[in-house]
Write a protein that binds this ligand. Sequence first.
Ligand SMILES: *Cc1c(COP(=O)(O)O)cnc(C)c1O
Length: 399
Amino acid sequence: MKTHTFGPEYGFATRAVHTGNDIDQDSGAIKRPITLANSYALPYDPTDMNWSSAGGNLYTRNGGTNQKYLQERLASLEGGEDCVVLGSGVAALSGLFFAMLNQGDHVIFSSVTYIAVYRLLNELFNNKFGVETTIVDTSDPANVEAAIRPNTKLIHIETPGNPTLTISDIAAIAEIAHRHGALLSVDNTFASPFNQRPIELGADFTIESLTKYINGHGDAMGGAIIGRTEHLDKIRAQSQVNLGGIISPFNAWLITRGSVTLPLRMRQHNENARKVAQWLEAQPCVSFVAYPGLESHKGHEVAKKQMSPGFGGVLSFGLKADHDTHNRFVSYLNVITSAVSLGHDESLIVFLGENDERQYLYPEEFHNGFFRFSVGIEDVEDIIGDLKQAMEKAGLYDQ
Ligand SMILES: *Cc1c(COP(=O)(O)O)cnc(C)c1O
């Protein structure tokens, strides 16, 4: 019977199909089953069991089989030694920060990140636990170097950053972190491991919101931390078993299933987003387009160095329009859905920025409201056609 693991000698797409899957020894089924039971049989003499241990089959909060299969696949796709999967991307972020930071430690993080990073580090960890924080524009590595203190423990960046698509140089920042005895974590959600693998570029941790591209179908939440076992054992013990941020077996199974087509979907996202970005850039009613694949993007050269074969499916753009015209434009869209989240099969658009308290941290062109657009895998002619007819109806070609 075929039972072997698929290591790095195999290509990305082969590993996305096979790693973490195997023949079920009980039934011979060629897909591993979902194990919904939350408890596992104890040995004859359980007195020596460590009830807080992670990994073995004991109780699903300590680790379940579907979580384990997904972890095998993600560690492989990200090029990391080990992986912990939790219940959401934010559970992965807070789980990393909770296990790795102590009172009195200092953290540097990007001025452009997912909102929960700002809340966690700048408000909660800071005020509750006495963790020092500095927010810097990490698109220039010199700003990171200048912010280092003797107690800097962790640097956390997001590239491309949500929602401005700001690019930071992973290899350069990893070098700075390690020279000063700090660790680097990179939120890779916008790129996905198909386009960018931070650990191969020197990062210590990669964070993924599995809710986005890796699941890809908009029907499950999950998060992953990829890194070295010495660190992940700590995260498993503190943040999985004791904080309890576990993923449900069903969601782990859904995400494992969704991730099979990650390479196919990402190829289409990359291509559609590039074409949509180019089209938007040519429209007179569009004030700016931020997409790292465009030559006009400030971070294009760094993005080309660390992202391949493409630049992902998310872009941001501005319209030369007043407040109400933005809303009317969205109301005329038929193919593109107005909703938060990104990385789904369908195109999703959200109007942001007018009331964002972090606006002062964003580049100037983002200050009057903008759209974050997650370009889906529909026919690109239909996506562009939908934007065009909504712009026409909203009167954006008449000004
Ligand atoms: C969505 C997102 C997260 C949070 O993930 P959830 O699964 O929603 O908790 C973290 N980082 C980035 C870049 C995201 O886009």
